[in-house]
Every structure is written in structure tokens, then in C-alpha cells.
Design a protein around this ligand. Structure first.
Ligand SMILES: N[C@@H](CCC[C@H](N)C(=O)O)C(=O)O
Length: 282
């Protein structure tokens, strides 16, 4: 099975062309390829499929085999994968995801190589019922909650997938391996949750760490960076355009709140290597 390993600021996935829809169990394949010793090693699997709503369809799976509705770093890399493999020759690509069709604008260097992309991520959702969060309140903006005996002020945002954002001073020393699962599996989050811990430097710059549902701590999360940017504006902390620094690099996020309400994400996309994977037969 030919594959391409790609990363968007260190958020790494295995990319497979399945335009002929030949792979039966994508979730099982995700578990296999993501494993470091018997597989390839990655944060998960991204599969290119045909679409009858857009130019292509993206299916994305976390390393535990659970399916995500959207992947910000993944969709930039998938657009590069499509272009680099000669499947599309235009600078704009419409990609169907489980959270709707997203428009991706490719970014090129002087040599004509794709180095990144700008993605219209669509509208942020802040209604608790839709995120989903089981709560009495319609929205969670700077909401006080207790998780594992600790008090937190949290903001809930969906970017197609559910996120909880916590602004705090010190994010470097957090023990996310211990803390992350307490958020992920709290019963108030019926579909689990991605959690971002964010430090505001100034009104134009934030640094964050993320615990992703289904994958654990990753070096970056595109939808998570968008959720942080939206939460920053909702809490009066930041401007509509900011730089978000993650462990693997930086994204530029704009929330066009006053006009379309859409969130735009811009960042790099890179191919690490290609190869052939031999699926394990059980
Ligand atoms: N890393 C991704 C998000 C991947 C999906 C997420 N773990 C979920 O299940 O919601 C990104 O860059 O957005």
C-alpha cells in the first residue's frame, strides 16, 4: 500500500490515496499505521476519497481509530498531497469533510512548490448543545468548572470538532499526560473533547499546548488553534487576527467575526517521506 508521511507544524499523519474506495476498514488501518513499532508512527491517518459534493473528500482518523470530523493541519497537507500527485492543477481546492466543504488556497514558493495553504475553516460554533457539551448554560465563555478536583475557567468552541480552551499563565510545566484524559473523558463531553491550554502574550500572539481526543498530546492542532483564536476574541483578550505558537510551529488565524463569521487558518505543509506499507493480517 503506497503512503506519504506528511506534517503540518509537527502534527503528522499518514496519507493514502483511496480514490478507488478499496480500503474496507479505515479505522483499523489508522490504528495499525499510527503505531510506532509495528506500523509507521503518526498522530493518525488521512485518506483521500472521491466526493460528489466537492473536488475531493478527506476522511481523518486519530491514532486510536476514532474518526475526527475535521483536521486543520491535515487538510493543508492533503491539499499539497493532491497537487503534488498531479490529481489537481489549480490553486484552489474544495475538500469535503464530515463538517462540511472547506476551500483550501495553496501557497507556493518561488520554485513553484507547494509550501503551505490558507483554509477557510467555516464558522465557529459556540452553542454548548451543538459542540456538544452537556450543560445548563447556552454557551461556555470563561465558564467556571471543576475537573479532577481543580477549578478552571473554560471556553467551549466547535470548529467542526469539539474544543475546550483554558487561558492560563504557565503552560510549559503542565502534566498533560495526567490532565488530558481527565478532560477528554469527563461525562459532560459526550463525544469527548480536545483541550487547549493557552498563554496570551499580547493581543496579537498566543502560545498553546493541546491534548487531542483520540491521539493525546500532539505538537499542533489546526482546529485547536482556531478555537483558541475564537476564544481569545470572545474573552476580550486578542484581536481578530493572531499568531498562534504551538510546539511544532506557528499558525496565523483570523476570525472574520464582523462579516462572514468565518475563521481562516494559514500555515505550512510538508512531505517527510513516501513508502509502501504492508498491512498486518489478523
Ligand atoms: N490535529 C487536528 C485535529 C484532529 C482531530 C481531533 N483529534 C478530533 O478528533 O476532534 C487538527 O489539526 O485540527
Amino acid at each position: 500500500m503506497p503512503f506519504t508521511k506528511m506534517e503540518g507544524i509537527g502534527n503528522d499523519y499518514v496519507y493514502i490515496n483511496d480514490l478507488k474506495e478499496e480500503i474496507e476498514d479505515l479505522a483499523e488501518l489508522a490504528i495499525q499505521v499510527s503505531e510506532q513499532h509495528f506500523g509507521i508512527g503518526s498522530d493518525g491517518l488521512i485518506v483521500l476519497r472521491p466526493s460528489n459534493k466537492a473536488d475531493f473528500q478527506m476522511r481523518m482518523f486519530n491514532l486510536d481509530g476514532s474518526e475526527g470530523r475535521m483536521c486543520g493541519n491535515g487538510i493543508r497537507c492533503l491539499a499539497k498531497f493532491i497537487y503534488d500527485n498531479g490529481l489537481w492543477d489549480q490553486k484552489s481546492i474544495e475538500i469535503e469533510t464530515l463538517s462540511g466543504v472547506k476551500t483550501v488556497q495553496l501557497i507556493f514558493n518561488d520554485q513553484g512548490e507547494v509550501t503551505g495553504a490558507r483554509v477557510n475553516m467555516g464558522q465557529a460554533i459556540i452553542d454548548t448543545a451543538l459542540i456538544p457539551i452537556t450543560a445548563e448554560e447556552d454557551q461556555w465563555i470563561n465558564q467556571a468548572i471543576t475537573i479532577a478536583g481543580q477549578a478552571y475557567q473554560v471556553t467551549g468552541v466547535s470548529m467542526g470538532n469539539p474544543h475546550l480552551v483554558i487561558f492560563q499563565e504557565n503552560i510549559k510545566d503542565l502534566d498533560l499526560q495526567a490532565l488530558g484524559p481527565c478532560f477528554e473523558y469527563d461525562t459532560r463531553f459526550p463525544e469527548q473533547i480536545n483541550t487547549e491550554f493557552a498563554h496570551v502574550h499580547n493581543r496579537q500572539e498566543i502560545s498553546m499546548r493541546v491534548w487531542e481526543r483520540g491521539s493525546g498530546e500532539t505538537l499542533a492542532c489546526g482546529t485547536g488553534a482556531c478555537a483558541v483564536a475564537v476564544a481569545g476574541v470572545l474573552n476580550g483578550l486578542t484581536e481578530e487576527t493572531i499568531k498562534v505558537n504551538l510546539l511544532g510551529g506557528t499558525l496565523t488565524i483570523t476570525w472574520d467575526r464582523s462579516d462572514t463569521g468565518h475563521v481562516y487558518m494559514e500555515g505550512p505543509a510538508r512531505t517527510s517521506f513516501t513508502g509502501h506499507y504492508f498491512p498486518q493480517v489478523h
